[in-house]
Design a protein around this ligand. Structure first.
Ligand SMILES: Cc1cc2nc3c(=O)[nH]c(=O)nc-3n(C[C@H](O)[C@H](O)[C@H](O)COP(=O)(O)O)c2cc1C
Length: 319
């Protein structure tokens, strides 16, 4: 028997998509679309918004879509209508179907509340260690979504990781096509709806900083010092290197970022060493994993900085 009944009301679908779009995405490119189907919801990778230079294989776009799918799942769970899901390797990166109704758990409520509060922080982080329970909770959040999150605890290893980020950033910046693409999503972008405007870019990177931030065109600042002398950094990955593994990483990424926000932690992301294959391989060996690392994350305490914007919900929904 075929059914033509949609599974969620148009209003419930639109509300879930309105939460999904607040996911992080590479350069705030928002490479996603959402389709209400007869048996569920599709999250689609919008190829037209993939970054051809820094993301030739679509890894970063898939991580971004996975993060959006996690928000979608959370938004549906928060209404008592949790969804099951299947990850795909084609243009439909995630297909969600309704599961048995179930009241949201306290944790789901808290993480849902953080969707609009979480943001990437490119300002200086305070020089205070993350409280003892922090890393344990973040590792557990990644594990719940089938990922690993390895904190880099040894001082020498942090310095080595910082060196990898710096050398990857240098290699990327040496390519004029890369800098042109970066500028298109910063100074060239329509910041009301996409890309990273000067308000969210953070101060201009300075050579004295241990962790080399991507240069999104922010202005210089009076103090070039990053207050955190010993940053809390971790490497995120899953048990695989295929296209669907990047989507799975994105779900875990968003679970970790929302958990961090719930713990009062600021977060920042560094994907430069993942985008340069030789650096990614060095990073993989340094954390002793079989599969590719997918992202480097930083956690700490920092004042809230400016938020990026999103396209209207109607623009990302398939008719
Ligand atoms: C896969 C991925 C890679 C990212 N890489 C970086 C990065 O290298 N540097 C950075 O500052 N932010 C990075 N970000 C953060 C995005 O720039 C950020 O999510 C986007 O601008 C939206 O802003 P928001 O996170 O504050 O909502 C990355 C995000 C994702 C999902």
């Amino acid at each position: 028997m075929t059914t033509t009944m949609k599974t969620w009301s148009p209003e419930a679908f639109a509300a879930a998509v309105a939460a999904a779009v607040w996911a992080p995405s590479i350069h705030n490119s928002q490479p996603w679309r959402f389709r209400h189907t007869d048996d569920g919801v599709d999250v689609l990778l919008d190829e037209g918004r993939r970054l051809p230079v820094c993301d030739p294989d679509g890894r970063m776009a898939r991580i971004s879509c996975g993060a959006a799918a996690f928000n979608l799942r959370l938004a549906l769970a928060a209404t008592g209508a949790p969804a099951g899901y299947r990850i795909g390797t084609g243009p439909v990166v995630v297909h969600l179907t309704p599961g048995p109704p179930c009241p949201p758990t306290p944790m789901q409520r808290r993480l849902h509340w953080q969707i609009r509060r979480r943001h990437t922080n490119r300002g200086p982080f305070a020089d205070s260690a993350v409280s003892a329970g922090g890393p344990v909770n973040l590792v557990e959040a990644a594990r719940r979504e089938g990922a690993w999150l390895d904190f880099v605890t040894d001082d020498a290893a942090v310095v080595a990781l910082a060196e990898l980020i710096r050398s990857a950033d240098e290699r990327l910046r040496a390519d004029p096509a890369y800098t042109a693409e970066l500028r298109a999503w910063t100074s060239g972008a329509n910041h009301d709806i996409e890309g990273i405007g000067p308000h969210a870019a953070g101060p201009a990177p300075h050579p004295a900083e241990l962790l080399t931030r991507r240069d999104f065109g922010g202005a210089g600042r009076e103090t070039t010092r990053d207050l955190a002398r010993r940053p809390e950094v971790a490497v995120l990955g899953v048990l695989g290197d295929a296209a669907d593994d990047a989507v799975r990483t994105g779900m875990a990424l968003q679970c970790v970022l929302l958990t961090a926000a719930d713990l009062g932690l600021a977060t920042a992301m560094f994907s430069q060493p993942i985008e340069v294959p030789a650096c990614r391989e060095k990073l993989r060996r340094s954390v002793g994993r079989i599969h590719d690392p997918q992202l480097v994350l930083r956690f700490g305490y920092a004042p809230t900085t400016c938020y990026t914007n999103r396209r209207p919900v109607a623009d990302v929904m398939e008719p």
